[in-house]
Design a protein. Structure first.
Length: 296
C-alpha cells in the first residue's frame, strides 16, 4: 500500500501556477529527484499549497515543508498552519517548534553560544543610514551586508559600502542584522553541506554571478560539486550537534570563509531549504529512508 507524503509549496512554485517565481525550476528538480526513490519505498509525493485547507491533507500522515518560499512574508500565518496540521495528527518536518526557532536568524546567537563559528553580527530592531556607517566603523570594514532577521532567498537584502551609502532617509523598516561583507563569498564561494537525519548527504559550492554577491539562482548564482575536507565536514557537523533539539529530518548548513581562514556558519536552514539534488544523487533514497523511520 502506498503512503502519501505531502510536499508543501506555495502558489509561485507549484507547477501550473500562472506566474511562477524565477527559481521555481528548483521545485521541479527536487520533486523529480525525490519521486522515483519515494515510489520505490512505497511513498507517493504529493505537491500541495501550504495554504490549502487542512481537510485537503486527509490521508497524508507526514508533510515536508518543501518550497513554501513565501513564508517569510507571512510567518505567523505559516506557523499557524503548521500547528493546525500537527493538531490534526500530521507529522510536519521539520516540526513547528523547530521552525519557530529557525525562522528568526537570531538563532545564530544560540549556535555561537554552543561553540559554533559564526559571522560577526550586529542585531537591530530597525536600521537607518547612520547605523550602517556605525556598523562599518564597528567592524573596521568599508562594506557591510544588511539582512532581514526573518527572511530567505536573499530577498530584501542590501549591501552598502562607504562609497555607496543608503540615502539619509533610508530605514530597513523591520528587525534586521548587519554583517561585514566577506570577500570570500565572491572570490571563493559559499559552501553548503546537506544533512539528512543527522548524517552528511552531499556538499555544494555556490558561486555568485559576475558583479553579484548573492549566490541564489534568482540573481544568477550557480552550483558546483564540492567534496568537503574532513575539517570542513567537522565544522558543519559541529553546527548540527549544537542544535537545541534532536536531529531534524533535514538540515542545510551554509558556510563562508572568514578573513582568518575559518569557515563560519551563515545559516543552518531547517525550514524550506533548496536541497541541491543535482549534487546529491543519493538524496531521494536518504530522504525516503528517513521518512520511513519516522513513520514507523
Amino acid at each position: 500500500m502506498t503512503t502519501r507524503i505531502g510536499f508543501l509549496a506555495c502558489a509561485q512554485t507549484l507547477p501550473g501556477a500562472g506566474d511562477r517565481r524565477g527559481d521555481a525550476f528548483e521545485h521541479d528538480l527536487v520533486t523529480a529527484a525525490l519521486r522515483p526513490a519515494f515510489e520505490e519505498a512505497g511513498l507517493e509525493l504529493v505537491e500541495i499549497d501550504w495554504r490549502a485547507p487542512v481537510d485537503d491533507f486527509a490521508g497524508i500522515p507526514l508533510v515536508l515543508l518543501g518550497t513554501a518560499w513565501d513564508y517569510q512574508d507571512h510567518p505567523e500565518e505559516f506557523l499557524a498552519k503548521l500547528d493546525q496540521l500537527e493538531d490534526a495528527g500530521i507529522a510536519v518536518h521539520n516540526p513547528a517548534r523547530i521552525v519557530r526557532w529557525n525562522a528568526d536568524k537570531g538563532y545564530l546567537r544560540d549556535l555561537s553560544a554552543k561553540g559554533a563559528v559564526t559571522v560577526p553580527t550586529l542585531w537591530h530592531d530597525d536600521l537607518d543610514a547612520g547605523d550602517v556607517e556605525n556598523a562599518m566603523d564597528h567592524f573596521g570594514v568599508d562594506r557591510v551586508v544588511v539582512k532581514r532577521q526573518v527572511g530567505a532567498g536573499g530577498l530584501g537584502q542590501f549591501s552598502f559600502s562607504r562609497s555607496a551609502l543608503p540615502s539619509a532617509d533610508w530605514t530597513m523598516g523591520r528587525p534586521c542584522m548587519v554583517q561585514p561583507f566577506l570577500p570570500s563569498v565572491v572570490g571563493e564561494g559559499e559552501y553548503t553541506l546537506f544533512f539528512v537525519d543527522g548524517e552528511f548527504s552531499h556538499g555544494v559550492l555556490k558561486r555568485a554571478a559576475e558583479g553579484e554577491y548573492r549566490i541564489q539562482s534568482l540573481y544568477g548564482g550557480y552550483e558546483c560539486d564540492y567534496a568537503p575536507s574532513p575539517e570542513d565536514l567537522a565544522t558543519a557537523s559541529n553546527v548540527v550537534a549544537a542544535l537545541p533539539f534532536e536531529r531534524p529530518l533535514y538540515c542545510r548548513v551554509d558556510m563562508a570563509r572568514l578573513p582568518n581562514g575559518m569557515l563560519a556558519v551563515m545559516e543552518a536552514e531547517m525550514i524550506e531549504p533548496y536541497y541541491y539534488p543535482e549534487q546529491g544523487p543519493e538524496l531521494g533514497k536518504r530522504m525516503s529512508a528517513a521518512i520511513l523511520s519516522r513513520l514507523r
